[in-house]
Design a binder for this molecule. Sequence first.
Ligand SMILES: [Zn+2]
Length: 136
Amino acid sequence: MNISFPEPTITPITKPFWNSIEQKKFTLQQCENCEQWIFYPRAHCPHCFGNRLTWREATGKGRLKTWSVVHRAGHPAWQSLTPYAVGIVELEEGPSLLTHLLIREKELRYQLPVEISYHVLNERQLPFFKREEGES
Ligand SMILES: [Zn+2]
């Protein structure tokens, strides 16, 4: 049986993020007023409420803050990939994001350096995070 994976929900505010991901570029909004980096995408800066937010390329690197190993997926398509890990990555730029981790369970540890890794699913590039290359 071939069950398709659920698509990301794309809105006018998150569209620039997904357009960049399609080109394997990791971008975040940065506030022109207070210079804070922002994720998830939104219309106003959560720090100063300014509305001059600019999309800029980010490092795609961060550290693992917390994680969970999934044995029973919330969607049948993901069930074929279990067990897999999801976690919160604190990006070098400051914001944290929830992501699918391409890291073996026994290698998961607090503050593990991670970086973005792009993979095609349903003919769409999707962002995952893996161990940072060269990190021991
Ligand atoms: Zn701001």
